[in-house]
Design a protein around this ligand. Sequence first.
Ligand SMILES: [Zn+2]
Length: 181
Amino acid sequence: MFIERSVALRVIKGEAAALSPEFGGCVMCALVADAPTTHVLCRTRRSVAVLARFGVRRGHLLVVLRRHVERFEEITWPEWQDAQRVAWEAARAAERALGATRVYVASLGSATQRPMTFPHHHLHVVPTYRGDRRDRPAAVFTWQDGVVLQDERDAARLTRELRAAWPMGARGSERLGDSHR
Ligand SMILES: [Zn+2]
């Protein structure tokens, strides 16, 4: 279901305000620690792939580094490699399970905390589909047209489909991530 940007922003603002103090106000740290299992697609030692609750397209997901790092200078090569690998797996799963015609992978985020963007490093994996007349990066990476709100039932179904199509299997990926220590 598409909802207005302003509605999504209100919800996110409320959720950020309710975060436990241990996360230092970082929604991404909270997500790494506490993402609902219905949203988690894959965990490795260094990153976690979760469905974006407010996505710009069906199956939009995030690959979040477990460690709170904001700058490329702080990201180790093994962390970057791991996150890229998970994004690659996610993109393949989106092609297989959801029939995506194109999958965008991007490192976005703002240097400062804002209602819809967070400095904690993460990658966006965004599938696009046949018939999407606005499947260009500038039209996809914006909330101007509203966002997809995943209700719990949708999220659980999407997670099941993506996990079933995950290249190494979600557990295989976990093993692989561990072997990269
Ligand atoms: Zn963080």
